[in-house]
Design a protein around this ligand. Structure first.
Ligand code: CA
Length: 421
């Protein structure tokens, strides 16, 4: 699919610093507020946010058939509900308005419509009705299976036949920058006879990419793998914080619960699947062959470099993991087709996370559990040893796709650990 807004030769009259996540070819959507503005929708460009309410109210988006007040809201759900095609039309029009040879926005309009990033607070972009977490990295599932169960049978027999997932907790998803309290709960130390109640001692991050859906389906119907991407508006970075000690004691037989639902962090900008179109790539070969309902032609993986940095209080951030979204075994179309194959309905603004993304080499593992091999091989962070997260540690996740001089980034997904409350 050729999209004018993706043309790599485009330049904007807005200054975009070299290495910015937000060139004119990206134009992700988010929700922001300032000292003077209540929460409204905007688009990121360089170090600025373009106010979509201003553009809409002053006629710059006329002809797109947008409902009144669509951007003057706390969440983007109603905009997403207009569908991918409408989202594409808005992005294409915003691209036109920002191109260096376009003078529709005069100096006065530019002054009002563009807000410096340093003056805005970015908010959770969606009212999230449902959150599902997949487990789609073969390397991650193999590492965890080896540590928690049996290295010889690390992958369970179902793993290569279906994208394993579970229903997570939507209420505790927060936007990047929101601190997370160390969770307390039941754990059973290996040498103890009975469980104890205490703050988690094995607090971890999970590097994931999440997609948001833009359609509402009817209970009893399914999305085909072929059509599923029409229901995916865009992607965000996602940190699925995990308390390994709570998780290990509670997870049999029904899976993750309190070891996961105390908080998950989402990056603030929804990077559209349209902007990522040039970065499609093939995924790993799938063998054994999948059932027909999971079979999909063409490339449905995306080449997105991912990084995790760890920062102890008052010190410099240190990179601890570099990996790539393309390493996942299952793609998003397969995840969504599988999720709905039984008739489960999806809603606008749902979040579907990939599962921890680990690559083949130890430096590409997407959690401390794997990076330190359950605490046996501590990491060195500015002279400190780290097995799991300490109070006041910050975790910073970054991601970008880059090709032919165009860099499409996500902005930071960060969180700091506060002591147990
Ligand atoms: Ca997870």
């Amino acid at each position: 699919m050729k999209l004018a807004a993706n043309d790599r030769s485009l330049k904007s009259w807005v200054h975009v610093p070299k290495g910015s996540d937000f060139p004119i070819q990206n134009l992700p959507f988010g929700i922001f507020k300032t000292k003077y503005l209540s929460a409204v929708a905007g688009v990121a460009i360089g170090n600025h946010v373009l106010d979509l309410v201003y553009l809409h109210e002053h006629g710059y988006l006329d002809g797109l058939g947008l409902p009144p007040g669509i951007f003057n809201q706390k969440y983007l759900n109603d905009f997403l509900a207009l569908g991918r095609r409408k989202g594409r039309e808005v992005r294409e029009r915003v691209s036109e308005l920002l191109q260096h040879n376009n003078h529709e926005l005069n100096a006065a309009a530019r002054e009002i419509a563009l807000v410096p990033m340093s003056e805005v607070q970015l908010l959770l972009p969606l009212r999230i009705p449902n959150y599902t977490d997949f487990y789609s990295s073969e390397e991650h599932a193999t590492n965890v299976g080896s540590m928690f169960r049996d290295p010889k049978n690390a992958l369970l027999p179902n793993w290569k036949h279906l994208p394993v997932g579970y229903h997570g907790r939507a209420s505790s998803i927060v936007v990047s920058g929101t601190p997370i309290h160390r969770p307390k709960g039941q754990v059973k130390p290996p040498d103890a006879e009975l469980p104890v109640y205490c703050p988690s001692r094995k607090l971890d991050f999970e590097l994931e990419v999440a997609f948001a859906t833009c359609t509402k389906t009817t209970l009893g119907t399914s999305l085909s793998a072929r059509d599923a991407e029409e229901s995916i508006f865009g992607l965000m970075l996602f940190n699925d914080w995990s308390a390994r000690d709570i998780q290990q004691w509670e997870y049999v037989p029904l899976g993750p619960f309190l070891g996961k639902n105390f908080g998950s962090t989402l990056s603030p900008w929804i990077v559209t699947l349209d902007a990522l179109e040039p970065f499609r790539t093939a995924g790993p070969e799938q063998f054994p062959h999948v059932l027909p309902y999971l079979s999909v032609e063409g490339n449905h993986h995306f080449d997105i470099a991912l990084e995790v940095l760890l920062q102890a209080k008052g010190e410099a951030a240190v990179s601890v993991c570099r990996t790539n979204f393309k390493y996942l075994y299952w793609n998003m179309a397969q995840q969504l087709a599988h999720h709905t194959v039984n008739g489960c309905n999806i809603e606008v603004g749902d979040i579907y996370a990939s599962g921890t993304i680990s690559g083949p080499s130890p430096g590409s593992f997407g959690s401390l559990l794997e990076l330190t091999w359950n605490g046996q091989r501590p990491l060195h962070v500015n002279g400190h040893q780290r097995t799991f997260l300490e109070d006041h540690d910050s975790v910073i996740m970054r991601g970008h796709a880059e090709k032919n001089g165009v860099r499409i980034g996500f902005g930071d997904c960060t969180g700091t650990i506060l002591p147990a409350s």
